[in-house]
Write a protein that binds this ligand. Sequence first.
Ligand code: PRP
Ligand code: URA
Length: 217
Amino acid sequence: MEKYEFFDNPRFHLVDHPLIEHKLAILRDKRTNTKQFMELAEEIAMLETYEATKDLPLENVDVETPIETAHCRMVSGRAVGVVPILRAGLGMVSGVLKLIPNAKVGHIGLYRDPDTHEPVEYYCKLPADSEQRLLVVVDPMLATGGSASDAITMIKGHGAKQIKLCCIVSCPTGIRKVLKDHPDVDLYVAAIDPVLNDHCYIVPGLGDAGDRLFGTK
Ligand code: PRP
Ligand code: URA
């Protein structure tokens, strides 16, 4: 893979793992059906969540085992929220919740206008205490970056202070936009594809993630 300049940005994280690569290959395959696609998006989201939560703070706790006291550590501090960008982000929520079952779920509705490719907002409902949570925004596709960047702006408008964005397939255009518009946000991606086509779809990508998840085409 080409060495991009954003590899040096500490906010950028390529989640690189053989299991992710394997699952991604099946996810991209046009023969993969809706059920498999949903399962794979969940599994990749789970593996990305593992990486994205590596810096969660811990506190010391003493636990009584059947033998004696064990000095352990448990996650402390900020609670977590997961915010899918509708629709396709919904396919990643269950993967985050498998690892963080107490996370609250917010929703942001955005779609790309088919002609201008600009994001159009239609819904926003976030946890009331968003300013006290780590919010993990999820969307499988980071193409121009317009949807993700607008979603993060909306979330910041609700007071959120710690935000991470997890995407599955990305491209340099979208990565650069998010890192430039939101230098305070950590970005996790599982794949970087080289280009966008004339319709601003990622190439080779996986097609339309929302349609593949929900069987709408
Ligand atoms: C897709 C995808 C992202 C967006 C990425 O959503 O899920 O939200 O496009 O493109 P961008 O980086 O150029 O903004 P889409 O607009 O197709 O809506 P959908 O999820 O409802 O199908
Ligand atoms: N949205 C998708 O679903 N796929 C792309 O390749 C780009 C935007």
